[in-house]
Design a protein around this ligand. Structure first.
Ligand code: AMP
Ligand code: MG
Length: 375
């Protein structure tokens, strides 16, 4: 399939692009578009055949339901049998924005969207391009992230193109996504709402509105719990190289582990803050490593704040698939604010290879430390 690539300019010409993109969606085709979280892969959410094309383009398992995107609060009504007070309070506080609500679904929502569940996930995005597209379509737009299933979600149009050209009708380029992580998913059908996936709307923000909110225990990476958001059980965001996440005290071991791995001749990718990157570079200078060894150290810094980390994480993970180090060492961060969402994605990207310090000794939460960490 020929894939159109249309750059959005933030001027009058966008209207024409939007009507061409909407015509594709109305005709049952799939179009990738920007949102404030990550790029989405959109199709008519009330048309099962169109929705099936999303699953095919991504290679997404059929039991992983999709989010329906709307561009007006009142458009939620036909999709549900009714909203409770918690759902209404969250819509009032956070829509439009990076919050997805799981609500009881009405009969017009196809099983292909909800994966046979009695509930449906709905979001009203704040990104202007997303709103223009959804309005032009005149239907709810089913849209998962625009990556091949399992890869990090795309936060710019080039990354979408890499995964989706030839597979979808068009890619809309609206620049970089502001938040950079997928929406927070909250199940509002329980007496106490439950966070099924952390995201840009943080636990603290939800608590302020609801007074009470739970976190799905499966998010702690406990194998005994089955996640309630079916999508959260899949391996995700994983770069091709082996990745280790250094949490809490474990993060202090980063320079030592990097040095050991370099000494073994490994190409070492490091994902860390600007401060740690500067310290590492200074360390390397101090060690007087031969030129070949320092060339094998690939430092990717996300900047200073948790917000910058969220915005850059998926791009940096995808970049490691281009440089392909032998091992990636990632520095863990605090789980406050958007840190909870960031750590959730980093743990999944690392396949739960998490290094912590127990009784002063490094240890892997599950499994055994690789040799270069034992020296
Ligand atoms: P994505 O489309 O990649 O952003 O993923 C959407 C997330 O929302 C996945 O983790 C889904 O499992 C979750 N989700 C969608 N619909 C529902 C639902 N009805 N109940 C629970 N989780 C859902
Ligand atoms: Mg996804």
């Amino acid at each position: 399939m020929q894939t159109c690539y249309w750059k959005l300019q933030n001027n009058e010409q966008d209207a024409e692009v939007m009507s061409k993109a909407a015509a594709f969606i109305q005709a049952g085709e799939v179009v990738a578009f920007p949102t404030e979280t990550v790029y989405g892969l959109g199709a008519n959410g009330l048309n099962s055949e169109a929705v099936a094309k999303i699953f095919a383009a991504k290679g997404r398992p059929n039991d992983n339901p999709l989010i329906l995107h709307i561009a007006d609060v009142k458009d939620v009504e036909p999709l549900t049998t009714g909203l409770n007070e918690n759902a209404k309070a969250l819509m009032e506080a956070f829509w439009p924005g990076p919050l997805t609500l799981v609500i009881n679904k009405s009969a017009i929502v196809p099983d292909a969207v909800s994966a046979g569940l009695s509930t449906v996930a709905v979001r009203y995005p704040s990104n202007k391009f997303a709103q223009q597209l959804i309005k032009a379509c005149g239907c709810p737009v089913a849209a998962p992230s625009a990556n091949i299933s399992g890869r990090p979600s795309p936060t710019n149009a080039q990354d979408v193109w890499e995964d989706m050209h030839g597979k979808v009708a068009a890619v809309l380029d609206g620049g970089n996504c502001g938040i950079g992580l997928e929406s927070t998913v909250v199940d509002t059908t329980e007496p106490v709402p439950v966070i099924l996936r952390p995201g840009g709307i943080t636990y603290e923000m939800l608590m302020e509105v609801l007074g009470e909110v739970e976190i799905d225990p499966a998010l702690q990476g406990d194998a005994n719990y089955k996640p309630k958001a079916p999508g959260m059980k899949y391996r995700h965001y994983a770069p091709k190289s082996a990745m280790y996440l250094l949490e809490s005290e474990g993060a202090k071991l980063l320079p030592k582990f990097a040095g050991n791995a370099l000494a073994e001749g490994k190409r070492v990718g490091v994902l860390c803050s600007k401060e740690t990157a500067e310290a590492l570079r200074a360390d390397c200078k101090g060690l007087n490593l031969p030129a070949e060894a320092s060339e094998k150290l690939l430092i990717s810094s996300w900047g200073e704040s948790l917000e910058e980390l969220a915005a850059n994480l998926f791009y940096l993970l995808r970049d490691f698939d281009r440089t392909m180090p032998d091992v990636i060492l990632a520095e863990g961060v605090s789980e406050s604010g958007i840190g909870l969402a960031v750590m959730n994605r980093m743990r999944k990207a690392a396949g739960y290879q998490i290094v912590i310090v127990v009784d002063g000794e490094p240890s892997l939460k599950i499994g055994e430390l690789p040799l270069f960490m034992l020296k």
